[in-house]
Design a protein around this ligand. Structure first.
Ligand code: X5A
Ligand code: ZN
Length: 696
């Protein structure tokens, strides 16, 4: 080891992949045989092009291939009527004229002689994925299917959908695996009204959908797609609709909805399985959606959902009609399922006013049903612009608050060109080894069952030379130098992008962090986020704007030392379980995403006020930022904590975050105060419109 800067701790064998992929070419045989301007976007190439893209990114070979099968009649009848099944079955032998006639009975559907077969394969593929995940063969996976499912209802085909693949999968999983709680996330740009109808009285299935709505102007133009449709009977509170009342919504709007609506619900709900109705018509360039979200947003959405249900996540294709946008987004999803680092979001991070209005309204509508909302002061924004059809004309201009607006029907090619360049910019080579640790942190070495970089500590002369430039007084003591050596060695690998993240043990974390921050900035990193847990003596820095510190400690700091770039959050984790979810989703992530760091330093110091669950949650959540580049500085050598942090950073398994505990009133207020204080500077914190008048 003297001869090498680092050695590979273990041979780089490909670990058994934890991601299933299901694709069957036969599902491309379902196609439109006549002229129909409504349906002609649902083409077989949607599937083949997505698959070809996966191959070109070498993602297919990294997945566990699972064959599709036909869904049985019995399985289809879990959701659909026998009449519906019989009609579908009868189309197999019809001629074109007859097919056209049956199709005309539905809103936006076409039959082909092989449609029935394809729809059964789509159902079966979805159930295969559920089985593969539930049996523990893989952690997660994606099924590329056609026809899609979420508009399909008990007794009707609708919106390109014949059988409701995802709804059948949820019923199947409840039955076969005795599941009590399933979360369906429908990020397709259309409302999955079919899925809503099927589960609206069912509290065991939490259905979330966001959708282009434009005050009921957009298809399927239903009253029940609005935010006030919260479910019926026992299912009240388990249906969440987030209507988009303008087109042009983008990355920050989607993230704001995740932070301020979906994820807090999801963590409180605590699902045993998450199924995504994964339509990519909510992505940029789509002729249906007219939205602006770029492919990498789906990496982030996927990454968040991987934190639920112990990572058990089934992603099922629904819509998506811009072939390039669809394919790139599918790739981002699968890449993330495989555990690759998450690419950085580009562009200004601030939700638009119309999005914030919708967020505010859905929070108000759900307040009676969710503990996390109990102490939030929510109020409806029911005046002027919302609910009034008279005013919608004036309100129908697209959301123009975002920087890049590249959607218009005839701009498909432009988006294609844009995406070509964009993907080259955001995709980066992934280091073959993800995590660096120092050889000297021997005690924890045995917890690594996957390859890690073992780095040699930096020697004293090197450290002195490095540190004396900015903190000369620190390097006088030998003890201090020792505390820096492991950190600097690991940080070096992270900065040079030889690894994605690294873990350093340091007996003096505050000093190690101060040096790490300065060194990173000097190295050229423009925005470094530091989250410090525990008592820390703040070592002032002058790198204005290049460092943002969030300090989580037990006691309120004396005096208001808060500034835009130094925020102290006093938070003592609940003894009963984990109540830190609300701080992470309601404050830390919104600030972090607003800042868009290119390196994250997470330090665990002495007298920490968070338990292992809270710290694990912090690490897992912040992994979505800075291209997943994280330096962990651990002063606490508690083995359980080290193991959890290591597990999260090397990837592969989702740890337990402890039992969900709703935040107390005091804590909700604490977040509210901070939100009010910082939402002008860190705009992703916004989740309500101040006085409700300033609308355009
Ligand atoms: C699955 C899906 C859209 C139907 C649009 C009909 N369907 N105008 O995206
Ligand atoms: Zn759709």
């Amino acid at each position: 080891m003297n001869f090498f800067d680092y050695v590979l701790f273990a041979p780089c064998v490909a670990m058994a992949s934890g991601t299933a992929l299901i694709y069957d070419e036969e599902m491309t045989t379902h196609k439109l045989l006549w002229d129909d301007p409504v349906c002609d976007i649902e083409v077989p190439e949607r599937l083949s092009s997505s698959y070809e893209h996966l191959k070109s990114y070498h993602l297919v070979e990294r997945c566990v291939r699972v064959p599709a099968r036909e869904g049985s009649e019995e399985e289809i009848l879990l959701v659909h009527s026998s009449e519906h099944l019989e009609v579908a079955k009868s189309t197999q032998t019809m001629n074109e004229e007859e097919l056209k006639r049956v199709s005309a009975n539905y809103d936006a559907f076409f039959f082909h002689p092989n449609t029935y077969r394809c729809a059964r394969l789509a159902v079966g593929a979805t159930l295969q994925l559920v089985d593969t995940v539930m049996s523990g063969k893989v952690c997660n996976g994606m099924a590329l299917v056609r026809p899609p499912g979420h508009h399909s209802q008990r007794n009707a085909a609708n919106g390109f959908c014949l059988f409701n693949n995802v709804a059948i999968a949820a019923e199947y999983a409840k039955l076969k695996y005795n599941l009590q709680r399933i979360l369906i996330v429908d990020w397709d740009v259309h409302h999955g009204q079919g899925t809503q109808y099927i589960f609206e009285e069912d509290p065991s299935v939490l259905y979330f959908s966001w959708h282009r709505y434009e005050h009921q102007e957009f298809w399927p133009s239903l009253k029940e797609s609005d935010y006030d449709a919260v479910g019926l009977g026992k299912g009240k509170g388990f249906n969440i609709n987030l209507p988009w009342n303008k087109v042009g919504m983008g990355n920050s709007d989607y993230l704001a909805v995740f932070f301020h609506v979906l994820l807090p619900m999801a963590f409180e709900f605590d699902p045993e399985l998450v199924i995504v109705s994964s339509g990519y018509d909510s992505g940029i360039g789509d002729p249906e959606g007219q939205m602006n979200a770029t492919p990498e947003i789906f990496a982030h959405l996927t990454h968040f959902l991987m934190q639920l249900a112990n990572g058990k996540l089934c992603v099922i294709l629904e819509g998506g009609y811009h072939l390039k946008s669809l394919s790139e987004s599918v790739c981002m999803t699968v890449k993330t399922l495989l555990g690759d680092p998450v690419p950085q979001i580009t562009g200004e991070m601030a939700p638009c006013l119309s999005a914030v209005e919708s967020i505010q309204n859905v929070r108000a509508a759900h307040k009676p049903y969710w503990k996390w909302l109990m102490y939030e002061d929510t109020s409806f924004l029911q005046n002027l612009s919302t609910k009034s059809h008279l005013l919608k004309k004036a309100d129908s201009n697209p959301c123009t608050e975002h920087e890049s607006k590249i959607t218009k029907d005839d701009e498909t090619v432009k988006v294609e060109k844009y995406l070509e360049l964009h993907m080259k910019n955001i995709l980066f080579p992934v280091p073959p080894i993800k995590t660096a640790v120092t050889a000297e942190s021997e005690g924890s070495a045995h917890v690594f069952s996957v390859p890690v970089h073992l780095v040699k500590q930096m020697d004293k002369t090197e450290i002195k030379a490095l540190v004396s430039g900015f903190y000369p007084h620190l390097v006088k003591e030998d003890k201090t130098l020792v505390s820096l050596s492991s950190m600097l060695a690991v940080l070096d690998k992270v900065l040079k992008k030889e690894v994605c993240n690294g873990i350093a043990e340091s007996p003096e974390s505050a000093i190690a962090v101060a040096v790490a921050l300065r060194h990173s900035v000097c190295f050229g990193f423009q925005r470094v986020l530091c989250v410090f847990v525990g008592d820390m003596q703040i070592i002032p820095n002058t790198e204005d704007g290049k460092i943002l510190i969030i300090h989580i400690c037990e006691k309120e700091q004396a005096g208001n030392t808060n500034s835009k770039n130094y925020i102290s959050l006093s938070w003592k984790e609940d003894a009963e379980g984990n109540d830190f979810f609300s701080a992470v989703l309601g404050f830390i992530l919104p600030v972090a995403y607003s800042y868009q760091p290119n390196l994250t330093v997470i330090a665990v110091g002495p007298n920490r006020s968070l338990g292992i669950s809270g710290i694990s949650l912090l690490f897992a959540s912040l992994q979505g930022l800075a291209e997943s580049r994280i330096l962990a500085v651990m002063e606490d050598t508690e083995i359980n904590l080290m193991q959890n942090v290591t597990k999260i950073l090397v990837g592969g398994s989702t740890p337990h975050f402890g039992a969900y505990v709703p935040p107390t009133q005091e804590k909700v207020n604490k977040i509210k105060v901070l939100r009010d204080q910082f939402q002008q500077e860190w705009k992703m914190l916004q989740c309500s419109v101040k006085d409700g008048i300033s609308m355009n």
